[in-house]
Write a new protein. Structure first.
Length: 379
């Protein structure tokens, strides 16, 4: 009898073990399904506009977007409506209506932010905010002005997870890097150009901002040594601010920002000047922060965004980078705050100006020539 019971217990044990292993196998199969490569569907949702630099979403799903020439629109389910009341905008060169950003608490405060090159006074980059009432701009407030001359204007706006507002600004006039570069705005602590600025949402300057060498106290400058930064994104896990910026011939960069960091321009670059002259031997020096990733030759880095949510499966956590010169949308695989691999998601559509993820988790890409927006859906 004891032998029978012992055998029965052993049989039951092995049955439970097999059941557990089967369960583990099913769990592994489910996990493998959850990280598979997504199948992408592409739909054109806007067409025949001028350059669409900035775009964002209201809580109800409406897309707000701007044309570089100085026009602002809302794309609703029923169609596109223009928003009136913008200030005079200078769209010459790399100027115009640049970024558009909706406040994270828009549902309760109604604020929308824009950066643009002003026509009055001439040659200044401004950060302003306003509210929209019946497709008209109301309560317009100027928060910050970087006086000219303009040129490489950069310009993106983003809010971090703590509610700080960041504004990237290019170096202004382009004169090249290294010893031949005459424009030292980016490393001049007294100049607003060639910097990333950090504010509270009402334009006040946080006392936790760094004090740069040569400044007696803190101001709006958060990082410096930037050439032409046209992309900002928040890393979804670390909360760090990531930035893309144009190099000259080669040396387009992705940078992770830390307070007070000097990113080297115009003294350091992994590219060369347009006349072929050397800028520096690499990007390593005491007091200089290296990029975490770079392209050589240049791809023309512009808008960037991290993929969040669950829709895009194995792509979640990747950084999408829009390429103007490459005319491609690049997906960069990110691990431990580093880019470890890269693939092309879109190509042959034209110069890709911006990429954002909507509240619906779909990806929206703006392309030039003419201005279009494509929606990328994971099927």
């Amino acid at each position: 009898m004891k032998t029978f019971l012992h055998t029965a217990k052993l049989s039951l044990f092995f049955l439970l073990l097999l059941s557990f292993q089967s369960c583990k196998k099913e769990q592994k199969q489910e996990q493998s399904v959850s990280i598979e490569t997504p199948k992408i569907a592409i739909e054109k949702i806007l067409d025949n506009y001028e350059i669409i630099w900035g775009m964002d979403f209201l809580p109800n799903g409406d897309m707000i977007f701007g044309e570089k020439r100085g026009r602002l629109y809302l794309k609703k389910l029923a169609g596109v409506e223009e928003i009136s009341g913008l200030p005079p905008i200078n769209a010459a060169g790399q100027g115009g209506l640049l970024d558009v950003k909706v406040h994270p608490q828009y549902a309760t405060n109604g604020w929308v932010y824009i950066s643009y090159i002003s026509s009055s006074p001439y040659s200044s980059l401004k950060l302003s905010r306003f509210k929209i009432m019946n497709n008209k701009i109301e309560n317009f407030q100027n928060l910050f002005t970087a006086s000219g001359p303009t040129g490489h204007n950069g310009s993106r706006i983003i809010f971090d997870q703590k509610g700080f507002l960041y504004l990237s600004i290019g170096e202004g006039p382009s004169t090249g890097g290294g010893l031949s570069g005459l424009n030292k705005n980016a490393i001049d602590p007294g100049s607003a150009w060639g910097k990333v600025h950090r504010f509270y949402d009402d334009g006040r300057i946080p006392s936790s901002n760094p004090s740069l060498p040569g400044n007696a106290s803190y101001n709006s400058i958060y990082t410096y040594g930037h050439r032409n930064p046209q992309g900002l994104a928040i890393h979804p896990k670390s909360g760090e601010v990531w930035l893309s910026e144009h190099g000259p011939l080669g040396g387009d960069e992705i940078n992770s920002l830390t307070a007070g960091a000097n990113f080297g321009w115009p003294q350091y670059s992994l590219g060369i000047n347009y006349d072929g002259s050397k800028i520096s031997d690499g990007h390593t020096a005491i007091g200089i922060t290296e990029p975490i990733y770079f392209w050589k030759p240049s791809i023309g880095t512009c808008g960037i965004t991290f993929i969040k949510g669950t829709r895009f499966k194995s792509w979640v956590g990747s950084l999408l980078v829009s390429g103007l010169a490459s005319q491609k949308l690049h997906r960069c695989k990110v691990e431990d705050n580093k880019i470890i691999a890269e693939e092309i998601v879109l190509k042959d559509l034209g110069r890709i100006r911006n990429v954002v993820q909507g509240l619906d988790e779909h990806i929206y890409v703006s392309v030039e020539g003419p201005g279009r927006v494509y929606k990328l859906s994971a099927q």
